[in-house]
Ligand binder design. Structure first.
Ligand SMILES: *[C@@H]1O[C@H](CO)[C@@H](O)[C@H](O)[C@H]1NC(C)=O
Length: 269
């Protein structure tokens, strides 16, 4: 009997051991998940503290994703803004109850965070409430506050290449003759490079207005324009300042070739 009990006890113990061991392993595995979470959480907190301590400002090492920016979150839930160019003017900062918007090649950005510069009296107020993409290329904000960028690439085209009549301030002096050979390839290379530079310049500004440069600006929507609006606009001449600022002829051999070939084409000087 005693043996039985002992054996039973032993058995019981033996059988109960894995039973108690099972929940123990279970709880220890769930504990380890909690532990991992604690460790990760602790490291994250430490990282935030360290970041705040070092940057003196940010808990995420200067990383400010859109979902932690309240104004961007609000805009996200309100949905995108769609305005005509005429409606956009109301957002130039003159009405303090409205955000300050500017557009760049059809995309609208909220620059309210920079009210000091984009608001009334600010040095960049000229950009506010409009799409002045052309001005961002040519630097002529007074006359080029338009999204029409046709011909603006000539800002970046070497000064030895004549402006086409349609973009020339004085079309009567513009060269209309066709060029061939080395001149033609020099010009087309220049144009290709200049168009790329236009794209890069616009994208550079867009990045900043999207807040990627660390400023609290963000994209809010698009400008509504009628189909074919651009074709209806008269082409704009390149502004005087942009003409003056055009780069020097690119490379001496190309320039020499270009001049020689051009002279030859025109039948000497
Ligand atoms: C401007 O927008 C048009 C239409 O969305 C696009 O085709 C063009 O590449 C953009 N231009 C630049 C310079 O980004």
């Amino acid at each position: 009997m005693a043996d039985k009990t002992a054996a039973g006890r032993r058995n019981g113990k033996a059988t109960s051991e894995p039973q108690t061991a099972k929940p123990a392993t279970k709880s220890s595995s769930s504990l380890s998940i909690t532990d991992i979470l604690r460790i990760v959480g602790g490291l994250f907190l430490l990282n935030c503290l360290l970041s705040y301590f070092i940057t003196n400002d940010s808990v995420l090492w200067g990383w400010r994703p859109w979902f932690i920016r309240p104004a961007v979150l609000t805009r996200y839930f309100q949905g995108p803004v769609h305005l005509t160019d005429a409606q956009l003017v109301q957002y130039d900062g003159s009405d303090p109850s409205k955000p300050i918007y500017l557009a760049l090649n059809g995309t609208i950005y909220d620059v309210s965070a920079g009210a000091r510069v984009y608001g009334p009296g600010g040095s960049y107020n000229v950009f506010a409430g409009k799409d002045a993409a052309r001005g961002f290329i040519t630097g002529c904000f007074a006359e080029d506050s338009t999204p029409d960028m046709r011909g603006a690439e000539y800002t970046y085209v070497a000064s030895d290449i004549p402006l086409p009549a349609e973009y020339s301030l004085d079309p009567s002096t513009a060269e209309t003759e066709k060029v061939t050979g080395a001149v033609k390839s020099y010009r087309s290379n220049e144009l290709r490079r200049a168009r790329k530079q236009v794209q890069d310049t616009i994208e550079g500004w867009a990045k900043m207005f999207r807040g990627e440069g660390g400023k609290d600006y963000f994209e809010v929507g698009t400008v509504i324009r009628p189909e074919g609006w651009l074709e209806k606009e008269p082409k704009k001449a390149l502004c005087a300042q942009a003409i003056k600022g055009r780069p020097k002829p690119r490379s001496a051999p190309a320039q020499g070739q270009a001049q020689d070939a051009g002279a030859q084409y025109r039948g000497g000087r």
